[in-house]
Design a protein around this ligand. Structure first.
Ligand code: IPD
Ligand code: CA
Ligand code: CA
Length: 289
């Protein structure tokens, strides 16, 4: 069986290589931008080049791997390792010149997360977690922060346009209420950076809906290995932790974080249908439905 620390060293190396490819395009005006689902959802030639590099390196070193990547979809392998890859998380920031994006690589063995790597090359932040714990640029990293809303900073990636499809008035009321209750509210435009900043103790909580495994697999594991809390939701209920990187809605906090308004947002807003093409849509289908 492959040693976990060998895998984390490998994932760190390929994240650094992909980061260098992406940096060639950062603040460059020749990005080859295409739209995907709608005008809120873009991709550049650098997203594709980074994913191609990462996939090629994985399949050469670990043939038989399953790879689930944002740009090229899922390719099923026969081995125990599954790699959840977002070549650039925060593409809209990347494309506009904002240094809030990262390469994200999460590795699961037989479904259980064992390695998470998130590399933010513009700031040279290498977040990594494996069986030794969580690290930032090779230094041990422990989450900490403010556990009450009036002192806390929340990265509220909500409501986004897709959140305003379901219960728009409630969503706007909840945003207003959170803005009143928290010391600071931010939206960063990158799920993995938001989660790693909770892990680093730079912000206190974060919330988002309709994420994919490639957005969160690495950084949810980093939050937990740093001592923070990561909870996933589906169908209006908090879900058990097993394989919860497959669940679409999440809420993460520093240790001891207690923010009832965010729990209320999770419970009410996770009770939504998912688009048919969302990988988690099948999880909502019960045998009787
Ligand atoms: C997006 C970012 C954003 C989140 C979206 C993601 P992308 O990823 O993480 O913060 O709200 O759900 O799709 O498209 O930049 O990889
Ligand atoms: Ca993403
Ligand atoms: Ca992406």
């Amino acid at each position: 069986m492959t040693n976990i620390q060998e895998l984390s060293a490998f994932a760190t190396r390929i994240a650094r290589e992909a980061g260098a490819i992406a940096m060639e395009g950062f603040r460059n005006r020749e990005l080859g931008i295409d739209l995907k689902a709608d005008f809120h959802d873009m991709v550049t030639k650098y997203d594709r080049a980074c994913e191609e590099h990462i996939r090629g390196a994985i399949l050469e070193a670990y043939p038989g791997s399953t790879i689930v990547g944002e740009e090229d979809g899922a390719s099923e392998g026969s081995g125990p390792l599954a790699w959840h890859i977002d070549p650039i998380d925060g593409t809209a920031n990347f494309a506009r010149g904002m240094a809030l994006w990262a390469v994200s690589i999460g590795i699961a063995r037989d479904g259980e997360m064992i390695v998470g790597v998130v590399y933010d090359p513009a700031n040279d932040h290498m977040f990594m977690a494996d069986d030794r714990g969580a690290f930032l640029n090779d230094e041990p990293m422990r989450s900490w922060g403010f556990t009450r809303p009036e002192q806390a900073t929340v990265v509220l990636n909500f409501p986004l346009p897709r959140d305003l499809v379901h219960l728009p008035e409630l969503a706007l009321e909840q945003f207003t209420e959170a803005s009143r209750q928290f010391a600071q509210v931010r939206a960063l435009g990158s799920s993995c950076i938001s989660l790693c900043w909770v892990a680093a103790g730079w912000v206190d909580a974060t919330v988002s809906f309709e994420a994919n495994s490639w957005d969160v697999a690495a950084s949810a594991f980093i939050v937990r290995q740093a001592g923070g809390a990561y909870r996933s939701y589906l169908g209006g209920e908090e879900q058990p932790p097993e394989r919860d990187y497959l669940n679409p809605h999440y809420y993460a906090t520093v240790p001891g974080g207690d923010y009832p308004i965010l729990e209320q947002i999770m419970l009410t807003q996770s009770e939504r249908p998912l688009p048919a093409d969302h990988p988690a849509a099948a999880l909502l289908t019960t045998p009787n439905s």
